[in-house]
Each structure stands twice: as structure tokens, then as C-alpha cells.
Design a protein around this ligand. Structure first.
Ligand SMILES: C[S@@+](CC[C@H](N)C(=O)[O-])C[C@H]1O[C@@H](n2cnc3c(N)ncnc32)[C@H](O)[C@@H]1O
Ligand code: SF4
Length: 379
């Protein structure tokens, strides 16, 4: 990743990627060149050139150990990186997170990624700032004057939050790309896909002007369970927004469920429902396996329930055989099960129950689906 990738995250820190805490500098206080050609990033490049790995890459390394596909491997595939050790003069692939502005408060998320998490985070003393909104990039004009040239060379820009469609700076960046005729690059979004218009910016007017697109719509379950896991999610609005982009055929639309204790048992039903309703085509699944917090990690499920989940997946494989579901999708299902079974983290189960009950109380919610899946364990 340090040879091609530039990730801007919390407080403007530029990091190796969205999961590893490997810091190269800060785009609010340093120049683009100082960061891209700086000591921190060069140290990591040297390490990787020498064939060493870095312990801070633990999330990818853990996924790879269980046979799953890590962000690292996926990036290598997407950018055909045989030439990993050659530094490109400017990043091929940007991931820019302008702020934590978000209209959802999903259970597995946190205040650093979502402004809507603030009231509950504050009540629980888990807030990471004294105000809801945290701007990562403090001065958009300065950012563009430093990084704009490099952005015009990029092959891909990935937007992933807070909620990109609620970020005014994200619309300004699209405008900058359009004005500078750099519209052939690939845009990728991780989005909760709940709004298509923000402060007078109609996203479809922007999207029509770009050629290559991928929307990874974050949905962890359908209907009530989806609305329970992701506070703010509305199943009907999701379907109606999906309909609104149907005539933009250049957009690749995938569902991108985050696989946690809350969502894993429902994954087969989610996939089948989305297929039935023509929300997706057969290949359009992109799973995101949750690592932290540990109390939402599927490895924390007690063994007896893991067996039950595995049975639900076995039934799905039988159905998948009859319905010609592609290997690309089946391998993602298998990755979920392999990951869950790779380790016993059930010491965190109690915390899962406590956390779930705490949020049920604060939100005045309860999930019948979870009760059905977890039975007596969910007391
Ligand atoms: C933080 S969100 C930001 C983008 C956008 N708001 C969205 O929800 O797609 C990016 C992705 O992270 C997922 N996510 C939420 N909590 C997570 C966690 N604890 N670990 C890993 N991914 C998580 C979300 O479901 C979403 O797919
Ligand atoms: S929509 Fe995205 S950023 Fe917002 S709370 Fe959910 S996961 Fe976090």
C-alpha cells in the first residue's frame, strides 16, 4: 500500500490504509510532498521491499491467515501490483475521509466515524471530541492547493465517511475533478445510501459525469434487523434510492454488509432478499469482516451458536447450488464461516450481551431476530 495509496483519516492524519495505525504525517500541517516522500512512509517502503511485514498490519494478516481476502490483497489485485516496490510519483489510489458527519449511529460504529454517535458516546464517556462534528480536513482550499495536482493523476478515489454523501467537501472535490476534466478515474463509495441530495447538491447530477463507478452500499441486514443494527437505516428508503439510480447503468452497485455477531446469521437471507428484489445481481456482494470491537467480532460467538450459524450457511450452499450462485460469492460466505471458526474469543460474549442490552435500553429497542438466533444465550 505505501507505494500507491494515500489515506486521509481522523484529524487529517495520513496513514498507510484505513485499518492499520501507521502514520505518515498530517495533511493539515504538512505539504503533500513532505508526506508522500517523507521519512515515515519511506521507512515502511524499505521494510516491505526487504520482504518484512509490520505488526501493525495485524488486521490484514489475521484475515489472510484464515484464508480470507484482506484489503491488502484486494488492493494488489485491483491495481495489478506486480511492481509493488516501485514508488509512483503520486498516489494511484486515494481514500479521503473529510469528516465524521453522518446521519446514522450504527451499533458497531463510533463517534470518530459518526457525528450522530456523539450523544450516546458522551453519555457513556466514549466521545473522542467535545463536539459531534469532527473535521479531518480543516481547510478544503488549502488541501486542494496541496493535493489537487496529485488527485488529478489518481486512478481511483475512495470515499468512506463519516457518510460521504453528507460531506460538502466531497461534492466540492467532485466539482474540482469535473472542472479539471479528470472524470475517467474510478470513484468508489462506501455509503449508507440514505440520501441522494445534500445542501442543494444532487449527487446524481455529479455521478452522471463520471465514467467508472462502484457503490458499496452498507447494509448489514434487511428490514427490521437492518434498522436495529444501523440506527437511521430505513429499508424502504434504501429500496427507493436503489430505484433512483437504476437508469445510471455505468454504476456498479453492490451490497456491503459488515459481518459481526449482529449480522452473520442473517447474511444468507439478506443476499437472497436483495437478489429477489433485483437490488443486486448475483455477483454484487462485498463483505467487510468486523475485527473490532472484539465483542461484536463473530469469533466471540459461543461454539453452540457457531454451529447453528454454520448450519444456516450449509442450507444456503444447497440453495446456491440450485441457483447458480457464483464462486466469487460463495467464497465470501465461506470466508465469514472460516473467520468465525478460526479462533475462540467467546470470553467477549458477556460484553456483547451487556453492550447490546445497554444500547437496547438507551434506544428503546429490542430485536426479535437476535432472540431467535441466540435463544437462551441471549439472556
Ligand atoms: C465507517 S463506515 C463509513 C461510510 C458510510 N457511512 C457507510 O456506512 O458505508 C464504512 C464501513 O465500515 C463499516 N463498519 C461499521 N462499524 C465497523 C467496525 N467496527 N469495524 C469495521 N467496519 C465497520 C460500515 O458498516 C461501513 O460499511
Ligand atoms: S453510516 Fe457509516 S459512519 Fe455512519 S454510523 Fe453507520 S457505519 Fe458509521
Amino acid at each position: 500500500m505505501p507505494f500507491i495509496h494515500y489515506h486521509v483519516g481522523n484529524a487529517g492524519y495520513v496513514k498507510a490504509c484505513c485499518v492499520a495505525n501507521i502514520n505518515y504525517g498530517n495533511c493539515n500541517t504538512q505539504s503533500f510532498n513532505d508526506i508522500w516522500n517523507g521519512e515515515a512512509i519511506n521507512k515502511l517502503r524499505t521494510k516491505f521491499r526487504n520482504g518484512e511485514s509490520d505488526p501493525r498490519c495485524v488486521v490484514c494478516l489475521n484475515i489472510e491467515k484464515t484464508g480470507g481476502k484482506s484489503i491488502r490483497q484486494e488492493t494488489h489485485e485491483r491495481f495489478l501490483l506486480e511492481h509493488t516496490s516501485e514508488v509512483v510519483s503520486s498516489p494511484t489510489y486515494f481514500d479521503i475521509r473529510f469528516s465524521n458527519a453522518c446521519n446514522f449511529a450504527c451499533r458497531t460504529c463510533w463517534h470518530g466515524a459518526s457525528s450522530s454517535w456523539f450523544p450516546e458516546a458522551k453519555q457513556l464517556k466514549r466521545n473522542c471530541d467535545t463536539k459531534p462534528l469532527i473535521q479531518n480536513i480543516t481547510d478544503f482550499e488549502k488541501f486542494i492547493s496541496e493535493t489537487g495536482e496529485a488527485l488529478l493523476q489518481a486512478e481511483e478515489i475512495y470515499f468512506a465517511g463519516g457518510e460521504p454523501l453528507m460531506s460538502e467537501a466531497h461534492y466540492l472535490l467532485l466539482k474540482y475533478l469535473i472542472d479539471n476534466k479528470h472524470t475517467k478515474l474510478r470513484l468508489r463509495y462506501n455509503t449508507n445510501f440514505s440520501i441522494l441530495e445534500f445542501k442543494g447538491h444532487k449527487i446524481l447530477d455529479y455521478w452522471k459525469q463520471f465514467k467508472h463507478f462502484e457503490i458499496l452500499a452498507s447494509i448489514d441486514a434487511h428490514k427490521e434487523l437492518g434498522e436495529y443494527i444501523r440506527k437511521g437505516f430505513n429499508w424502504d428508503a434504501f429500496i427507493s434510492n436503489r430505484d433512483a439510480i437504476r437508469n445510471l447503468e455505468h454504476i456498479k452497485f453492490k451490497i456491503a454488509p459488515t459481518i459481526s455477531i449482529l449480522s452473520i446469521a442473517n447474511l444468507p437471507e439478506l443476499y437472497k432478499t436483495c437478489l429477489d428484489l433485483k437490488i443486486i445481481k448475483k455477483n454484487d456482494l462485498y463483505i467487510n469482516v468486523l475485527e473490532r470491537p472484539h465483542y461484536y467480532n463473530t469469533k466471540a460467538i459461543p461454539n453452540a451458536i457457531k454451529d447453528k450459524v454454520a448450519e444456516i450457511f450449509e442450507d444456503f450452499y444447497s440453495w446456491a447450488k440450485l441457483n447458480d450462485i457464483p464462486d466469487f460469492v460463495l467464497s465470501q460466505f465461506k470466508e465469514c464461516i472460516n473467520y468465525m471458526q478460526a479462533e475462540d474469543l467467546s470470553k467477549h460474549w458477556k460484553k456483547f450481551i451487556a453492550e447490546t442490552k445497554l444500547f437496547d435500553k438507551m434506544r428503546g429497542e429490542m430485536s426479535i431476530d437476535l432472540k431467535n438466533t441466540f435463544g437462551d444465550f441471549y439472556k
